[in-house]
Design a protein around this ligand. Structure first.
Ligand code: UDP
Ligand code: MG
Length: 304
């Protein structure tokens, strides 16, 4: 059995060695093989140099994937899953916020429960500010209302998966990747365990308020075409407004030329918006099809 630890790294030079040492300490006495897959996501500090040093000195198996530029954590996760050799894999941040011993705990749960395909860690107590926490909660409420997949609030990318789930994730080739949605979409049997995130070992978070908003928006757009239904509702509202306006003016006996112009503007708006809604319906189908998501995902296959 091989276990892969996929570690996306962007400007983590001070964290690479401590991360490696802690993983080694946690897994060295285990009776299975493990590999560390460091994905350098276009860092401009000494991250690549640190990983190359480890390859020379470490007794553990290390795979180094070096991106040509910064493609983002989502791409780093995909690359790690694509190149890893594990029967099981964990996605773990390179800043030591997510303890390797929790990864081992999740792996053990998975090995003891053949009916479970994935174990995900969620933060029992968030260490970020209450405003960011409130925004995240609101985001999960919103995305759960707008999509068919079930997003579990606070569930992170920190998860251990079996090979069947890894392969299903790799079969989803969409370019704008929202891993939390992709994990949920594949639909495997998942167990959730609480963990406490530590403080960053060194360096700074890569998230800014604007990148968080972009990430949230990408997530909603990747898993929902509800926004494309807005013209339909606007068309209905505009039509109701035009008819109501006409009735009110006629009953008041004040139907002037200006009233006619206002009525026609409202009516024409509803016609134009209706035409736009028809385009939206086809656009949403084309958008969904363009992702080429699998038609189904097999959990297992058996015969006698
Ligand atoms: N990361 C990455 N590419 C990026 C941004 C982040 O590979 O463009 C990595 C980063 O090095 C870290 C992990 O993703 O290992 C989580 O990033 P961060 O610590 O900034 O996120 P936070 O813990 O604040 O949510
Ligand atoms: Mg972090």
């Amino acid at each position: 059995m091989v276990f892969s630890l996929i570690i996306p790294c962007y400007n983590e030079e001070k964290n690479i060695k401590p991360m490696h040492d802690e993983i080694e300490k946690t897994f060295c006495s285990c009776d299975f093989e493990y590999e560390m897959v460091f994905v350098n996501d276009g860092s401009y500090d000494g991250t690549a140099k640190e990983i190359k040093n480890l390859i020379k000195t470490s007794s553990s198996k290390i795979l180094f994937l070096d991106f040509s530029r910064n493609f983002g954590k989502e791409s780093a996760i995909f690359a790690g899953l694509e190149h890893c050799h594990g029967d099981f894999a964990v996605i773990i941040d390179g800043d030591l916020q997510q303890p390797p011993e929790v990864a081992l705990k999740m792996l053990k749960i998975l090995m003891d429960n053949p009916d479970t395909d994935c174990v995900t860690a969620y933060q029992e107590k968030r260490i970020e500010g209450s405003f960011t926490g409130f925004l995240k909660k609101t985001f999960y409420k919103l995305i759960n209302k707008m999509t068919e997949v079930n997003f579990v609030s606070d569930a992170s990318d920190f998860r251990v998966m079996r090979r069947n789930m890894i392969n299903a994730i790799l079969s989803m080739k969409e370019g704008v990747r929202f891993s939390k949605g992709i994990f949920a979409w594949t639909g495997f049997h998942t167990k959730f365990i609480p963990y406490t995130a530590r403080k960053r070992n060194a360096g700074e978070t890569k998230w800014t308020m604007s990148s968080l908003f972009k990430y949230a928006f990408d997530g909603i757009v990747s898993f929902s075409t509800r926004l494309l239904k807005i013209p339909i509702w606007l068309s209905i509202m505009s039509f109701i407004a035009s008819v109501s306006y006409l009735i009110v003016r006629l009953t008041q006996g004040h139907f002037s030329e200006t009233s006619l112009v206002i009525f026609l503007i409202l009516l024409m708006s509803s016609v134009v918006l209706f035409a736009l809604s028809i385009v939206s319906v086809y656009l949403s189908k084309t958008y969904t099809e363009s992702k080429h998501r699998p038609i189904y995902v097999l959990r297992d296959k058996d015969n006698n």
